[in-house]
Write a protein that binds this ligand. Sequence first.
Ligand SMILES: [Zn+2]
Length: 285
Amino acid sequence: MRWQGRRGSVNVEDRRGMRIGRGAPIGCGGLIVVLLVSWLLGADPTQLLMLFQGGEGVGTPSTDVQATTGEPDDQLGKFASVVLADTEETWREVFRKRGQAYVPPVLVLFDGATQSACGVGRSEVGPFYCPIDRKVYLDLSFFRELNQQFGAPGDFAQAYVVAHEVGHHVQNMLGISERVAAARSNADARQANALSVRLELQADCYAGVWGHYAAQRGLLEPGDAEEGLNAAAAIGDDRLQGMARGRVAPESFTHGSSADRVRWLRRGLDNGMIDACDTFSSATN
Ligand SMILES: [Zn+2]
């Protein structure tokens, strides 16, 4: 991806180095893998946050390091902010064509754990979007995990992770998340999970829409699309389910298979249109 030397977004809140008080660390390493996998499987992060917050109480930010806003100085932080700026450009354009105004999300960079309006976010849960404060939460160490644990290296694969979370913000802005949440509350477990899968696949497709525009702007290099598709394949549930080893009830984390995720990301990449991402009307995942 061509990102060096390009403008980054100022909608970044850098909380790295900050610590939150109280709250015990989450159990064993195995559980951490399960949590990470659950993100990749498309679990609802707010459910997870509540699950693992338990009775710990909510931490309060310590005051030794202050959060900064604006474009970060370090390589990885810069990269994330450039990708975010790219998504802003893309979605502003897409929304403008629909006669709507796009209000971008804030990207919160953190390490370890941080407070969100959806509860305490921990890096073990993986990147997540909180619809209440409209922020994307990302611990950049997840990029390393993506490479080492899931065999999905490359900057475009990392950009796809950011674009997927921004996809959830777009769903929120379009009122889709709200409609799905309402439908889920009236559905049985199986139907509710099926709806979550469609929501996740749509976020993949929206990530593809961003990729489509990035390609048009000449930002992609040969192999980038494949990198993203490889990442989508690497984090499909059929490949990952073995890693979860049944410690988390599988029916609560049903999600798109590798093939489904690749297909919807590809659809977004090829079409570059919101309307091409109607995963809910599709007969199959
Ligand atoms: Zn997601």
